[in-house]
Write a protein that binds this ligand. Structure first.
Ligand code: PBG
Length: 338
């Protein structure tokens, strides 16, 4: 719609003059329904560890996670996304712990679903918490550059996803960026009778430097060392490629589609929603959270106002939901009438 008139008969500020008219013309709203809370879980009990690069975020044992889950339910946050912290002893070249039915993730899923059946539980499907080399897939022993093998990794991911579904996960979320993984996982879930388990595909996942604090949180940074994920995660220079990635995941049977990171990639969120018309999600990643926290801690930004503005911007760009470490804070702020 182009303006059909001009100043002074047209005055854009008229509608901005009072609160009632600002509210009436507001196009987008953020509510607790839009939020997914990512959490880091540890083995043991009564354990909490701070993550220094993510103030306000803790790695917690299952008993403590149940209290977090209770809060999420009370605040109306629909789902948690689980990320396990695996000790060094559980990490191997072949990531076998990733599909151990008695592993940390299946036990966490069972505990959450038993206590809060109405809370959505999303599990991450990727091998990086479990590999001694910190890559998301299996590496080729014959390749001096440590190439991550695609098709061999698919078999591991299928086992991991099935293990999560058997434990009761509502949504499995492949974040590994192997080709064909959504189709392979869908087939495995269906063959196992898990036709209702949803797939949230990290379809447009970029090889971003904004993941640094997350790798500290799950303890994969040291394992990855100077390694990178350029041979499977997307080049930040590309946009059309994201559309192809999402289109492939639609064809392979995913239910929900993620763009990651968030704020530097709002154009991608917009294109995915507008061009492909699918349920679109965005991940406000650890580095984005750390930036806001650091500026707020210095008194340079108003944390609440900036965090809520960033989350609303995701909605405006076209996101149907947002994974954010601010989920509980944002829900609390909104409840208090921020
Ligand atoms: C890996 C994974 C990553 C994140 C979620 N899952 C990091 C990576 O690809 O190395 C990052 C999330 C964040 O930065 O908040 N499967």
């Amino acid at each position: 719609m182009r303006p059909t008139g001009a100043f002074p008969s047209i005055r854009m500020r008229r509608m901005r003059r009072d609160d009632f008219s600002r509210r009436l013309m507001r196009e987008h709203v953020l509510t607790a329904d839009d939020l997914i809370y990512p959490v880091f879980v540890l083995d043991g009990s009564a354990r909490s560890e701070a993550v220094p690069s993510m103030p306000g975020v803790e790695r917690v044992s299952i008993d403590r996670l149940l209290k977090v889950a209770e809060e999420a339910v009370a605040l109306g946050v629909p789902a948690l996304a689980l990320f396990p912290v695996i000790d060094a002893a559980g990490k191997t070249e072949g990531a076998e712990e990733a599909w151990n039915p008695d592993g940390l993730v299946p036990r966490t899923v069972q505990a959450l679903k038993a206590r809060f059946p109405e809370l959505g539980v999303i599990t991450d499907v990727a091998l990086d918490p479990y590999t001694s080399h910190g890559q998301d897939g299996l590496i080729d022993p014959a390749d001096p550059r440590g190439y991550v093998m695609n098709d061999e990794t698919l078999e591991a991911l299928a086992k991991q996803a099935l293990c999560h579904a058997q434990a009761g996960a509502d949504v499995v979320a492949p974040s590994d960026m192997m080709d064909g993984r959504v189709g392979r996982i869908r087939a495995e879930l269906d063959a196992g009778g898990h036709i209702h388990t949803r797939i949230l595909a990290y379809s447009a996942k970029y090889a971003s430097s904004f993941y640094g604090p997350f790798r500290d949180a799950v303890g994969s940074a040291g394992n990855l060392g100077k390694g990178n994920k350029y041979t499977y995660q997307m080049d930040p220079a590309n946009s059309d490629e994201a559309i192809r990635e999402v289109a492939l995941d639609i064809a392979e049977g995913a239910d929900m589609f993620m763009v990651k990171p968030g704020m530097p990639y709002l154009d991608i969120v917009r294109r995915v929603k507008q061009e492909l018309e699918v349920p679109t999600y965005v991940y406000q990643v650890s580095g984005e959270y750390a930036m806001l926290k650091a500026a707020a801690a210095n008194g340079w930004l108003d944390e609440k106002a900036c965090a809520l503005e960033a989350l609303l911007a995701f909605k405006r760009a076209g996101a149907d939901g947002i994974l954010t470490y601010y989920a509980l804070d944002a829900a609390r702020w909104m409840k208090a009438g921020a």
